[in-house]
Ligand binder design. Structure first.
Ligand SMILES: Cc1ncc(C[n+]2csc(CCOP(=O)(O)OP(=O)(O)O)c2C)c(N)n1
Ligand code: SF4
Ligand SMILES: [Mg+2]
Length: 481
């Protein structure tokens, strides 16, 4: 039976393009995971309250770090445990913004404990949703401060022992002891009855912020079937039977009715408002005018590149090289290495943008150019490339062309050429040469001049220039034909 989404909240993107990959209409969460359910309840509340345009959701590290794939609100990704500090800054400067700190238990109750306690103690007028699944889900199921006594995790394989690892920390109880918070409740995503309570708590916590009342904290007990090594059904059972015993549900503090609602004064977050607050000069609006001695054909302009291969093939350096030369030529550029939530497997990939316009996000989810230095990388990313896009592969390691017929494919024997030059490691520069010559995006003089900016060992610059030249030569015959 085909799956059908009955109604997706407006506060979600209709298609999760930022997530990319072959299934951009479903989330990255494991089957049964509670994050998706809580996301839904929050998004529906934002819709109902009509606050999407002024909501900013802050997601620190944990499985929900990618919440910005889904929420069509303002989004900020923060460092591990630091969402309350970021939320504080945003809320104080833009009091009319609705600021949500969305945190896991590893995040909020371990590395970020002091951060949340201080924000709560100051009574910041923000809303915190705390997803307690008693484990570090994202990193493969390590013990969290909230792990139950006896619970087995990868770092407590014999079960948590109080004498060794202490007792589970009860954050709602702790926060409720503080003077400033106005509302603290623990709810659980189990059956329909409890889920209705979660919905009510989400609504109340956001209503408190709309009414500018104070700090609201909702702890949501949630399953992590993958981390707990259970089926979704077993996980729900364990949450109902065991976890709720250790973390009793209920309202731990609620003085919200004693505080008068008075809409916040001040600004809603806006880029212009932020510039004013930070005394930044007027935003540059004119497009960049890069200097390029070659005329780039229309289809290769403003490329969004993804490059991938084995660790050690110089993938990140290749990306840096293109970004550095692009910047020297006068383009707006971005470069970021990318690490997925999956286990590190010795592969590397990075995202690069060269553009004549301001770059909104450095993430490249729909590349116009894919450089795949090995077969697993080609297989992994080929479906992301836009129709008509360009794929460049290392012929020495990728012996089959991509299955897709709607793409241009350039196969360069980069490793072989690099070996002939006496150093396999410059295969990346051979590819760089081939890329600039084929697309005419940058001229070689600019690229050569940029090398000292990102190659630390000066004695290697000559070899890198040779490799780039070989890359240029390797495709000159293909261009003439
Ligand atoms: C500074 C820092 N330390 C450690 C990590 C590794 N790390 C990533 S997620 C995570 C724990 C996440 O657990 P939790 O907050 O419970 O989120 P969940 O995935 O369970 O929803 C850790 C320790 C990191 N990314 N950054
Ligand atoms: S690992 Fe756990 S918390 Fe993370 S997505 Fe999977 S079920 Fe959810
Ligand atoms: Mg967790």
């Amino acid at each position: 039976m085909a799956e059908k989404v009955l109604k997706r909240a407006d506060s979600f993107y209709p298609i999760f393009e930022r997530k990319g990959g072959p299934t951009p209409d479903v989330t990255h969460y494991c089957p049964g995971c509670g994050h998706g359910v809580l996301h839904k309840l929050i998004a529906e509340t934002i819709d109902d309250f009509g606050i999407r345009d002024r909501t900013i959701l802050i997601s620190p590290v944990g499985c929900s770090v990618f919440a910005y794939y889904y929420f069509r609100t303002g989004n900020i990704q923060s460092a591990h445990g630091r969402a309350p500090a970021v939320a504080t800054g945003i809320k104080r400067v833009f009091p009319q913004s609705i600021v949500i700190s969305y945190q896991g238990d590893g995040d909020l109750a371990a590395i970020g404990t002091n951060n949340i306690l201080q924000a709560a103690n100051r009574g910041e007028k923000i809303t915190v949703f705390f997803v307690n699944n008693a484990i570090y889900g994202m990193t493969g199921g390590q013990m969290a401060p909230t792990t139950l006594i006896g619970q087995k995790t990868t770092t407590s394989p014999m079960g948590r022992k109080p004498g060794n690892e202490g007792f589970p920390i009860r954050m709602s109880e702790l926060i409720a002891t503080l003077h400033a918070p106005i509302y603290v409740e623990r709810v659980a995503l189990t059956d329909a009855k409890n889920s209705t309570r979660v919905r009510k708590a989400v609504r109340k916590a956001l209503q408190n912020q709309i009414d500018n009342k104070g700090f609201s904290f909702v702890e949501v007990l949630s399953v992590c079937p993958s981390g707990w090594k259970m089926t979704p059904v077993q996980a729900k059972e364990w949450l109902t039977q065991e976890m709720i015993k250790a973390f009793p549900l209920g309202v731990y503090k609620d003085i919200s009715d004693e505080i008068e609602a008075q809409p916040a004064k001040g600004n809603v977050f806006s880029v212009q408002g932020l510039r004013e607050q930070l005394n930044l000069p007027e935003e540059k609006v004119a497009p960049a005018t890069p200097v390029n001695k070659t005329a780039t054909p229309e289809k290769y302009r403003n490329p969004r590149l993804k490059m991938a291969g084995f660790g050690g093939q110089g993938i990140l350096m290749l990306g840096l090289g293109i970004a550095q030369a692009g910047m020297d030529a006068g383009y707006e550029v971005s470069w970021i290495p990318s690490y997925g939530p999956e286990m590190r497997g010795g592969t590397a990939n990075c995202h690069v943008n060269l553009s004549t316009e301001r770059i909104g996000s450095p993430l490249v989810t729909r590349p116009t150019v894919l450089i795949a230095m090995n077969l697993p990388s080609l297989e992994k990313f080929v479906d992301e490339v836009v129709p008509g896009g360009l794929i460049i592969t290392d012929a020495s390691l990728v012996t089959q062309p991509p299955a897709r017929k709607d793409l241009e494919h350039l196969s360069i024997p980069a490793t072989q050429i690099a070996d002939e030059l006496g150093n396999t490691r410059v295969a990346n520069m051979v590819i760089l040469g081939a890329y600039i010559a084929y697309t005419q995006i940058l001229d070689q003089e600019t690229v050569f001049a940029s090398l000292p900016h990102f190659i630390k060992q000066k004695s290697l610059i000559g070899l890198n220039i040779q490799a780039i030249k070989k890359g240029i030569e390797s495709i000159s015959s293909q261009i003439k034909n």
